[in-house]
Structures are given as C-alpha cells and as structure tokens.
Design a protein around this ligand. Structure first.
Ligand code: ADP
Length: 472
C-alpha cells in the first residue's frame, strides 16, 4: 500500500520520537535503580558489619545478646529502624532476630548458604507475596579453626524504590503516549504545511495544458528546494511554449508555401479546361504546373533536409573535409549561372583548410551562400569569395554588391520561411529555407554565420567553422 509522503514523514518522525523516549525512560530507570540499590546495599551492609561485631565477644565466641538492637544503636550508633535483622547458626537454627520481624524469619537459599560456607557475602532481592520485596545481605562469620559459626542476615524493605518505580512507569507510559499523540498531530500538521506548495505545484501543473502554456506556477520562495522545483518546471513550460509556437508557426508557413503553387496550378488547369481543344493553353498550363511542381518539390526537399540535419546532429558521420576543394567545386558550379546573369564571380583567396564534418552538407552550406549572393545581386554587380584561417577557424567570406538587407530584417533572415520580399511568389529566391539550412548546418559543425549588410550596397556573409586538428 502506497502512503503519501506526509504520512510517511509523520510516521518516521513519531517512530523516532517513541524510540528516543523509550530509550530515555529505560536508561533513566536503570540508572536510578542502580543508585538506589547501592545506597540500600551500603545501609544493610553497615548494619550487618555492626551485627558481626556485636555477635562476637572478645574471646572470639559467638554470643548474641538479647538486647542486640539497643547495643547496635547505643554503642555503634546504627539506626536499626526499618532493618530486619536475623542471626542463624550454620544449621539454620535461629539464634536471634529483630523484633520487627514479629516471629517471621528471613529466608536463606541453598545457593546463598553455600556462598556463606566459603565466607562469601551475598546481596539479593527477596520477593515477598503481598508485601514489598526486601533487599537482603547475608554475611557469614567464619573462624579459622571452626569454619562457619554463624550467619548474619540484614534486610530492608524496597517499598520506597518500588513505589517510585511504579509511579515512574505510570508517568512514562502516560507521558510517552501523550507525546506520541501530540507529536503525530503536530508532525502531520507540519508535514502538510511544508508540503503544501508541492500540492499547489501539482494542481497548477495539471491546469497547464497545450492551450494554456502561457500560464506559470506561482513561486513564493524561489530559493528553497520547492521554489527551485517550481522555477525549473516554469522554465520547462517556457521551453515547451516556445517549441509549440514554433511548430504552429512552422506548420502555418509550410501550409501557406505549399498552398500557393497548388492555387496557381488549379487556376492554370481551369483555364486549360475552359479553353476547349486549344492545345496552346493546355501546353502553357502544363508548363506552368511543372514549374510549380518543381517549386513544391524544392520546398519539400528543403524541409526534409532541415529535419535530416537536425537528426544527423546525433549521429553525423564526422570526417576531415578539405574546405578549399569543396569551395572550388561549388564555386565552379555556380560560375555559369553568374556569368549568364552578368554578375562577376571571383575567388579572392582559397587557403588549404580542413574542417570536421560531412562534405555534402558543407557543400550545401557554401552553395546556398554563394547562390544567394548571385541571386540577390543585379547584373553588373560582383560577388567575391575568400577562404582563410583565423584563430583556429576556417573563415569563409561571401561578399556581394547586391540589394543588401535592412538592419530590421537582418535578425530574421535565418528563420524558416523568412523572405525580405514577402510578396514575391516566383522569380528569384525560394521559400526562405536556404539560410535556415545554412545556419542548421553551421550549428551542427559548431560554427557560426554572421552578416553585415547595407541596403543598396551589398552584403557580406561570414562563415566560421572550427579547423580540424587531424591532417587529412
Ligand atoms: P530564399 O530561398 O528566399 O533565398 P534564404 O533563406 O536563402 O531564402 O534567404 C532568406 C532571405 O534573405 C531571402 O529571401 C532574401 O531576402 C535575403 N537574402 C539572403 N541572402 C541575401 C543576399 N546575399 N543579399 C540580399 N538579401 C539576401
């Protein structure tokens, strides 16, 4: 059965308190009883010693005066009140006993007797039915020649001690019982109070759903353990909120981008259908549709690429890549397009550099940057490409004299589906995914892309990739 933390805390707290109290009560009682016993032993022991002197006359004979109690008090100054005194001979015959015994006799066990025979004194507790127990000392009188000649027994009642202990047991039982009940109640209350914020967090976290990710848990004490937990959950919700809104935005953008070519295709086809048997319109519609299909296929390929690059981050095949040769290859591939457009494309510098990565992705990154520079530079302009090493990085610059990007647009150009010219549907440029792919690739290689641009004057894209230590 699973108990709540509150119940478990209270249980352990109360159990610990109970054990502590019982240990305390036991130690206290034991120490007190030792103290009592040693006091009583000293008392009965001293009476017994005096009795031995009283019983032995100066000639070394045993003679018990009838008024031994008076002698004890007068000559030895021993207070006999409360002490039961008895003297017996080695055969157990009573030689004399104190008046307070009222004819009863003090017992002697076989074991005590055997001790007495060899001259040993015995202290023991004698239980008495219907009366308080006795603490009794049995002291033998042993002469060298005759051996055991008499046994002196002195006992005193354990009344005071037993009464104190009975009261103690009563007090401890009631006290511990009350302490357990109070501690349990207080413990439950304190545990509930301490765990209250957790209950709050739980219900707040339950309330927050995909549609209400803007809500946050109230953090009353941000620096205690529970406050830190709430702050961490809030941070997690914030990340979720961001991801959710990115996904929403992405879905809306992707649907919009794919819908546009579909609308164009639909329109073209309707015109073709309405044009009767005129093949000219049908051909035009097919050509236009093919263009839109290419466009859609580009978008889908780019989206797939983005997903793949993200997935590759975990398990990308990392090999040394010669940046200079990839750059030459991509530069040459774009050269013809640039020439057709009348844009001068030049390679200013191409140092031999090696970076770690995946050659196809690095090629894609370089292509996109040079492609964009040519795309957004009108005929007569110039695009220069350079590559060199700087502080452990391969530094690749693509500089154009094209249309440039305003300072307001610059922070967004790496976002998915972002285009400066939002109205553009065809012509130059794509769906605004090229630079997102570039930044994803650069990030996966632990590199960066920065931009400096001025509208009308041109742009400079600077790519930094960490150089590889291994020589390929
Ligand atoms: P697109 O497919 O539209 O080229 P990109 O992600 O490659 O998408 O670029 C995003 C936007 O950034 C482009 O639409 C364009 O407006 C702007 N841009 C990118 N490169 C350049 C450049 N070299 N010169 C001016 N504008 C650029």
């Amino acid at each position: 059965m699973a108990f709540s933390i509150r119940t478990r805390l209270t249980f352990w707290y109360t159990a610990l308190l109970t054990v502590s109290l019982i240990v305390f009560a036991a130690t206290f009682s034991y120490t007190l009883s030792r103290l009592f016993m040693s006091r009583l032993d000293a008392q009965v022991g001293s009476v017994a010693n005096m009795m031995v002197h009283t019983v032995m006359n100066p000639r070394g004979e045993i003679l018990l005066p009838a008024d031994f109690e008076i002698i004890l008090e007068r000559f030895f100054g021993v207070r006999t009140a409360g002490s039961y005194i008895q003297v017996i001979d080695p055969h157990g015959n009573i030689l004399g006993r104190s008046a307070n015994l009222e004819g009863a006799s003090l017992p002697i066990s076989k074991e005590t007797y055997e001790h007495a025979v060899i001259g040993d004194t015995t202290f023991e507790v004698i239980p008495r039915s219907g009366a308080y127990s006795l603490r009794m000392v049995t002291k033998p009188i042993v002469f060298k020649k005759q051996g055991l000649v008499a046994i002196v027994q002195v006992g005193t009642s354990l009344e005071l001690m037993e009464e104190i202990f009975n009261s103690l047991i009563y007090i401890f039982t009631i006290g511990i019982g009350v302490a357990i009940v109070v501690a349990g109640g207080v413990g439950m209350f304190l545990a509930r109070k301490a765990l209250y914020p957790v209950t709050e967090i739980t219900s707040a976290a339950r309330r927050i759903e995909a549609e209400s990710l803007n809500e946050r848990i109230d953090v009353a004490m941000p620096n205690d353990e529970i406050g830190m937990l709430a702050t961490t959950i809030n941070e997690m919700i914030e990340r979720l909120e961001k991801s959710f809104s990115q996904i929403k935005q992405f879905t809306a953008d992707a649907s919009h981008e794919l819908k546009t070519p579909l609308t164009i295709m639909k329109g073209e086809m309707e015109i073709a259908l309405r044009s009767g048997d005129d093949l000219k319109y049908v051909k035009e519609a097919l050509e236009s549709s093919l263009e839109e299909v290419d466009r859609m296929s580009d978008i889908v390929n780019n989206l797939l690429d983005l997903t793949k690059i993200e997935a590759e981050r975990e398990a990308a095949p990392i090999i040394p890549v010669q940046v200079d040769s990839v750059l030459t290859e991509r530069f040459n591939a774009i050269k013809r397009v640039a020439a057709e457009k009348g844009v001068e494309l030049v390679m200013v510098k191409n140092s031999p550099l090696t970076v770690s990565g995946e050659p196809v992705r690095i090629g894609q990154l370089l292509s996109n940057l040079i492609d964009n520079a040519v795309k957004y530079t009108p005929g007569g302009g110039r695009v220069s490409v350079s590559s060199e090493s700087e502080n452990g990085f391969a530094l690749i610059r693509v500089i154009d004299t094209g249309v440039g990007i305003s300072i307001e647009d610059q922070p967004y150009i790496f976002d998915r589906f972002f285009r400066v010219d939002k109205a553009r549907t065809g012509g130059i440029g794509g769906a605004g995914l090229g630079l997102s792919i570039c930044s994803e690739i650069a990030e996966s290689l632990k590199g960066t892309i920065t931009i400096e641009s001025e509208p009308g004057l041109g742009s400079t894209f600077t790519l930094r990739l960490p150089l590889c230590n291994t020589v390929a």
